[in-house]
Design a binder for this molecule. Structure first.
Ligand code: GRF
Length: 200
């Protein structure tokens, strides 16, 4: 499958996906990386691998629909099969959703439906849960609400702060995102209502 990765920042999940592909652990190809931030380090990581990398700033378009149209056009031009959100910090709108129905994945740093939103790790530490983790899900119109594909659990330690927990969760993110993409590539994911069925 041809992946189009959307990232707003650091891009460690993008890096893990590219590394797993290079290591022969994931049969996919990153064909384009797009950011909503010109300075996103994810763009650097892509260019270093010779992968086309673009950015589009929402503010320079009349509205979200036009902004997303530019993204969709770029994804389509590169023949993208699956859109992978890797630290993309915007809510996905109608234009992108309708262009890639059940073909947009996201990774969230908490065990959904607990702690959705931009601060999953901090919210987990503040709540005092003993376990947290990460979730790969298909994207729908809500915030971190789409059908769940895979989850991984990590313990929350007494002395954790947002950063130490985030670090522990990130190690799992880097594994399960590639696993979920591989399942998609193998045609093993079927969305049935709000659930995802994984076939053998
Ligand atoms: C990750 O924690 C991911 O779960 C969240 O944003 C962060 C992105 O990190 N959606 P990176 O840019 O992939 O390093």
């Amino acid at each position: 499958v041809k992946l189009g990765v959307l990232a707003s920042g650091r891009g460690s999940n993008l890096q893990a996906i590219m590394d797993n592909i290079d290591a022969g652990k994931l049969s996919a190809e990153v064909v384009v990386v797009i950011s909503d931030k010109p300075g996103a380090f994810a763009l650097e990581r892509a260019r270093k691998k010779g992968i086309p990398a673009f950015w589009f700033e929402l503010a320079s378009f009349p509205g979200k629909a036009e902004y997303e149209k530019a993204i969709v056009d770029t994804l389509v031009q590169h023949g993208v099969d699956l859109v992978v959100l890797a630290g993309y910090m915007k809510l996905v709108g109608e234009v992108l959703l309708q262009s890639f129905p059940n073909r947009i994945m996201n990774i969230h740093p908490a065990l959904l439906p607990a702690f959705p939103g931009a601060h999953g790790q901090r919210d987990a530490v503040e709540y005092g849960v003993r376990y947290s983790g990460c979730t790969v899900h298909f994207v729908d119109a809500g915030m971190d609400t789409g059908p769940i594909i895979l989850q991984a659990v990590v313990p929350v330690m007494q002395d954790d702060d947002e950063d130490t927990l985030a670090q522990r969760i990130l190690q799992e993110e880097h594994k399960i995102y590639s696993q979920a993409i591989q399942l998609f590539a193998d045609g093993k994911l079927k969305v049935e209502g709000r659930k995802v069925r994984i076939s053998n």
